[in-house]
Design a binder for this molecule. Structure first.
Ligand code: ZN
Length: 250
């Protein structure tokens, strides 16, 4: 089982009746509903208004992949919690950063750049091209998917060059944008995925839900060995060389 926590600031859904009508169970609820169709995921949700912003130690330590949606309440996450998320990622937890979460504290800390971009709300069409069809996050997708109306994001997106780039978006206004970016930090994997402006029902779409599910499977912690770090007083060769001579009697 992959333990997934869907975190949402859950602000627009409460503050704006138009957004509440689109996401009556919150953006987190819609994303969790999509993931619940997969038997290999154990899904829970967490929101900003919960104690410790829904990201207490027990939750973080029992999360394999954290999905993050935030927009206008990034500053309400205490630095200590953002740092805990960063350290969990370095320790192997997967992180999926959605839409306007490019300015969330954990993502900024993990990228080390300002992560700003160009944007406008103009109901333009977004065409998301799969540019790495062999990537696990592109599994089962067509060559491109089209969202009739979305918020427009444009380059330059001030991120470090992604380790892998899965999607590039084109918008009917003319902009392009790196919309599916993979990063490795420490033992952890991070996927930034662009669509998901709160004013459109993006997270009910089958193709978007498929991409998020693929990303969860890709970002789950690996079962590789824990690295040995720090001062190691005994030479490794002294541990490895074992004398078997008395076991051999021809
Ligand atoms: Zn937006």
């Amino acid at each position: 089982m992959i333990r997934v926590t869907v975190w949402n600031e859950n602000f627009h859904e409460k503050a704006d009746p138009k957004i509440a009508a689109i996401y009556p169970d919150g953006i987190h609820g819609a994303i969790a509903e999509g993931l619940s169709e997969y038997s290999e995921f154990e899904v829970r949700t967490a929101t900003l208004d919960m104690p410790e912003c829904g990201l207490d130690d027990d939750t973080l330590n029992n999360t394999d992949v954290l999905i993050w949606w935030g927009h206008c309440r990034h500053k309400d996450i205490p630095d200590e919690i953002a740092e805990k998320v960063r350290l969990r990622v370095l320790d192997g937890m997967g992180l999926i950063v959605l839409h306007s979460s490019h300015m969330s504290k954990p993502f900024l800390r993990l990228m080390g750049t300002i992560c700003r971009l160009k944007w406008r709300e103009n109901d333009e069409t977004e065409r998301i091209w799969v540019i790495d069809p062999g990537h696990p996050i592109a599994n089962g997708l067509p060559e491109f998917i089209e969202i009739e109306q979305e918020e427009t994001y444009g380059e330059r997106f001030e991120i470090p060059n992604p380790d892998e780039l899965v999607f590039i978006s084109w918008f009917s206004g003319g902009e392009v944008f790196r919309s599916g970016c993979c990063f490795r930090r420490g033992l952890g994997k991070i996927f930034y995925f662009r669509p998901g402006h709160e004013a459109y029902p993006i997270y009910y779409r089958k193709d978007i839900r498929k991409i998020i599910a693929n990303a969860v499977s890709w970002a789950k912690p690996s079962c590789g060995p824990r690295p040995t770090l720090g001062h190691f007083p005994v030479p490794l060769e002294n541990i490895r060389i074992v004398d078997h001579s008395d076991e051999y009697h021809p």
